[in-house]
Write a protein that binds this ligand. Structure first.
Ligand code: SF4
Ligand code: FES
Length: 374
């Protein structure tokens, strides 16, 4: 630790009112943007951090300690593919030493049985594996990687054998939304205690494939009925988390639980973001853990304070009784669809730009996917 680092770590941090009220509970640690898959809805930013710019093991350990001091309870180790980091076991040990609950979010490609064993010994608590469909060849086609589905099944089996908790994450869109039931069956077969059915979020790379991924309204309605039936059928066996997709909702989601309220996201190169897609908003100033403590960033970073609370809101949000429930929706989506980061999320039926969402939801093509290649 250099003298400059010690100087700011030991400096008392003045927390603003909103930061005092809302302590962060979760930290998303993006260890790398490198990834073997090519998903057409990749949530990595358009400009990727280079391998040479990634934070080293010791810095991550320091970030985890600072996160724990700030009140964070849970860290999600993700990427890209975190297995691309050769020091993943040491990074995990650093999070464990800080006392954090550790969830590894992985594509499963790049995590061997041996690595999983070492991760378990280092303190790993939970594993989340994404699946692209319930069957091949569709699953590998969506992932843009031959053999991915078989490797996911193999790693999930090993996770269950080691009695680690397993969540299956299924991202759904037009090509697979009619097989939600089959994906729940896959999750049950693999021994998952929870499945997260997540509709594609349309910002960043997914915007390039929006028309190819967009489900029809009938598909979304069938999926909602299927989820209700599946929850009743599998009650007590598996938790099924699912939300209505943005473009078919009446109100927006309280994205990330409200900007700067509960979580923070550290990029591979150390920038701290209020949400994983925040870099898609131009003009925000992000601070970096290489220069400042996490507590200082949480309390004082211009990006975190930009949309905390409700003072920044325009009408109709400013006087809406739901403004403390959904916080005006998603800032990244508002910016992507309107170019105005302070606009009401157009998903809301009260938003001046709501018609834009309905127009976009009706645009569908059978164009081939534009895969994300690193
Ligand atoms: Fe939420 Fe704003 Fe819509 Fe009200 S107007 S429901 S606060 S997005
Ligand atoms: Fe950034 Fe919703 S994804 S605020």
């Amino acid at each position: 630790m250099g003298p400059r680092t010690e100087q700011w770590i030991n400096r008392p941090v003045a927390l603003s009112g909103s930061a005092m009220v809302h302590k962060p509970l979760g930290l998303l640690a993006e260890l790398t943007h490198r990834c073997p898959l090519g998903c057409p809805y990749c949530s990595n930013p358009l400009a990727l951090d280079a391998r040479g710019d990634e934070l080293d093991t010791a810095t991550w350990a320091r970030v985890f300690r600072e996160a724990a001091q700030l009140g964070v309870l849970q860290v999600h180790l993700l990427g890209g593919e975190p297995g691309a980091r050769h020091d993943l076991v040491d990074v995990t040990a650093g999070a464990h030493a800080a006392g954090l609950y550790i969830n590894l979010i992985t594509s499963a490609v790049g995590i061997t049985d041996k690595t999983l064993g070492a991760l378990t010994e280092a303190g790993l608590d939970h594993v989340q594996i994404s699946i692209q469909d319930s069957e091949n060849p569709s699953a590998d086609h969506i992932a843009g990687y031959d053999g991915a589905f078989a490797r996911k099944r193999a790693l999930a089996t090993e996770v269950a054998r080691r009695q680690l908790l397993l969540t299956v994450n299924a991202v759904v869109h037009r090509a697979n939304i009619d097989r939600i039931g089959e994906m729940v069956d896959v999750a049950l077969t693999l021994g998952a205690s929870r499945i997260e059915i997540a509709h594609v979020q349309y910002y960043g790379w997914a915007l390039k494939n929006r028309a190819a991924l967009m489900p029809s309204r009938e598909q979304v309605e069938r999926a909602a009925t299927a989820v209700a039936e599946l929850r009743a059928r599998h009650h007590g066996r598996i938790v099924i988390d699912a939300v209505v997709p943005d473009y078919c909702a009446r109100y927006p989601k309280p994205c990330v639980g409200g900007w700067g309220r509960h979580s923070l996201n550290v990029t591979p190169a150390g920038k701290v973001l209020p949400c994983h897609a925040a870099e898609s908003i131009t003009g925000l100033e992000f601070w970096n853990v290489r220069d400042r403590s996490l507590a200082d960033i949480w309390a004082n970073s211009p990006a975190f304070n930009a949309f905390r609370g409700t003072a920044w809101m325009k009408e109709p949000c400013a006087s809406c009784p739901r403004r403390e429930l959904d916080f005006g929706g998603c800032r990244c989506q508002a910016f992507a669809l309107t170019g105005d980061v302070s606009a009401t999320d157009p998903v809301c039926h009260l938003a001046p730009d709501h018609a834009r969402v309905e127009e976009l939801a009706a645009v569908r093509t059978d164009a081939p996917y534009v895969y994300r290649r690193m």
